[in-house]
Write a protein that binds this ligand. Structure first.
Ligand code: SF4
Length: 150
């Protein structure tokens, strides 16, 4: 079990079968750069929460979809999810991934990755701040463990 502080509160996170959760970022546009920066920069807060970047989807239990999802990319997005071992969760990061964002009326943009994948947590923003990724992971953890918010 690990502990970290967010928003002045102390959190204790236990991901169930392991002290760490592996996260794979499918960065498709600008939001992907933000997530990459958050995951690749050694962040004590992420490490304290037990978050480890995965080398590929085969070793990840959380898929972060960040950036503009285009219809032509959908087969690759679905294939990435299907390569992940169970249990697997999806964190949608940013307006584009959530709804199509600024490109919602484009003929080529998917109006939310939840149309093809089971999104467990959606993080708003264009782009969200790195701290929002952290809060999204905490929200996902609460969902997985059935903890009450507070
Ligand atoms: S939500 Fe904004 S920052 Fe993120 S991918 Fe779309 S346009 Fe870029």
């Amino acid at each position: 079990m690990t502990a970290s502080a967010i928003g002045g509160r102390t959190l204790r996170l236990d991901w169930g079968t392991t002290y760490q959760v592996t996260v794979f970022d499918l960065g498709l546009a600008c939001c992907g750069v933000e997530v990459m920066a958050a995951l690749q920069d050694p962040r004590p807060d992420l490490e304290a929460l037990g978050v480890t970047p995965a080398g590929g989807p085969d070793e990840a239990h959380v898929l972060v979809v960040s950036g503009t999802v285009t219809d032509v990319m959908l087969p690759a997005v679905i294939a990435t999810y299907q390569r992940m071992p169970e249990p697997r969760y999806v964190l949608s990061v940013g307006a584009c991934s959530n709804t199509g964002g600024p490109y919602w009326d484009s003929y080529s943009v998917t109006k939310g990755v939840d149309q093809v994948l089971p999104v467990h947590v959606a993080v708003p923003g264009c782009p969200p701040r790195p701290e929002a990724l952290l809060e999204g992971l905490v929200a996902l953890h609460r969902l997985v463990t059935g903890q009450e918010r507070g």
